[in-house]
Design a protein around this ligand. Structure first.
Ligand SMILES: NC(=O)c1ccc[n+]([C@@H]2O[C@H](COP(=O)([O-])OP(=O)(O)OC[C@H]3O[C@@H](n4cnc5c(N)ncnc54)[C@H](OP(=O)(O)O)[C@@H]3O)[C@@H](O)[C@H]2O)c1
Length: 331
């Protein structure tokens, strides 16, 4: 019998690609997916997915579907503690230590602003290191709640770094991270950086191809369901991070692509003016995410067989630019 998997965020970039990955294994998984938009239902059903109408605020619904499922993958809003609590409640009601919860977190919490000393490299094999990640962003409280409250189920946290590439989902196929660089660059006719360029050369950030990340979720799910993960840690933590990039190199690569297409007047990068940051880099004060330093190594992910193999962040840039141009109908 296939395992019953309940997925949140299935219309999103990460959740959509995770969904496509699960659908490759019809003998292993049947999938139900939380969606807010009724227009997505037919498309999901065509792919054999059961749509569940509702939002993360529908606690009773989440609890019921979690209880009816063997595993829940939560790839919607990672700050929504009440939704996580409702899902975990349902899984606990199964009274089965084998009930699986996989939560999507992030590496953004390990960012240090560029004017701070170089940040340390966090290692997902070292839980002391993981638990020392600063609590400067709200989603870290959700991670903490999971660490404290999921010891009687099989729980895992997957924390991706900057995810890149065109996703394989049915709906949103692009990450929030990159379109701002393209759009702001085109509008001011010059490629740019969010941070102060003078401080940037040594600032690096982890990244992962969306297809490698979807693989990681599938591997963590498979291992969790089969209880073969060897770990002393009650709640396991996996970084989804394959390589590092510097923001300067990234902005320069964007500049070359846009310049080749006549969409900027120069390849010289400069700091985006505040109006472009406000317009194209969501999150207000969180815009430091696009200018920060965040280093991690995914040793635990690799230990369970994850071997990233898809193109790196520079290898997917051209496709991302094409996608954004197509969406905004700029040629
Ligand atoms: N992209 C990255 O590089 C990255 C890296 C690390 C962590 N993350 C985190 O991973 C999570 C997913 O990211 P993403 O890039 O896949 O984002 P996304 O493309 O915007 O997808 C978000 C998904 O969550 C759903 N959702 C959001 N709020 C909801 C609510 N209240 N009720 C029901 N569904 C809700 C959305 O549904 P609708 O379609 O109805 O809006 C969509 O399916 C986010 O928490 C994000 O911060 C992302």
């Amino acid at each position: 019998m296939p395992f019953k998997v309940f997925l949140t965020g299935a219309s999103g970039y990460i959740g959509g690609s995770v969904l496509s990955e699960l659908l490759k294994f019809p003998d292993k998984y049947t999938v139900s997916a939380l969606i807010r938009k009724r227009e997505y239902a037919d498309i999901l059903q065509e792919h054999g997915v059961t749509p569940v109408f509702g939002s993360l605020d529908d606690a009773e619904l989440l609890t019921r579907w979690a209880k009816e499922s063997d595993a829940v993958i939560h790839a919607a809003d990672y700050e929504h503690l009440c939704a996580v609590q409702a899902i975990v409640k349902g899984l606990k009601e199964k009274e089965d230590k084998g009930a699986v919860f996989i939560h999507t977190s992030s590496t953004t919490g390990i960012i240090l602003p560029v004017d701070q000393p170089a940040s340390q490299t966090y290692d997902d094999m070292n839980m002391e290191s993981v638990k020392s990640i600063p609590r400067n962003l709200p989603y870290r409280l959700v991670d903490d709640w999971i660490f404290e409250n999921c010891k009687d189920i099989t729980a895992a946290i997957v924390a991706p770094s900057v995810v890149h590439g065109i996703g394989s989902g049915l709906f949103n196929k692009i990450s929030i991270y990159h379109p701002g660089f393209f759009k702001a660059g085109m509008e001011r006719r010059r490629p740019g950086l969010v941070g102060n360029i003078a401080n940037q050369p040594n600032v690096v950030f982890g990244n992962v191809n969306i297809h490698d990340l979807a693989d990681l979720f599938q591997i963590v799910l498979e291992e969790s369901l089969s209880n073969t993960i060897e770990s002393e840690d009650e709640v396991r933590f996996y970084f989804g991070s394959a390589k590092d990039h510097s923001w300067v190199e990234f902005a320069q690569a964007v500049g070359k692509i846009l310049h080749n297409r006549g969409l900027v007047d120069t390849i010289e990068v400069s700091q985006f003016e505040p109006e472009y940051v406000d317009k194209y880099f969501p999150g207000g004060d969180l815009s430091f995410i696009w200018a920060g330093d965040s280093r991690c190594v995914a040793n635990r992910s690799r230990k369970i067989g994850w071997a990233p193999k898809y193109p790196d962040i520079f290898g997917t840039l051209e496709q991302e630019v094409n996608y954004v141009l197509e969406k905004s109908k700029i040629k």
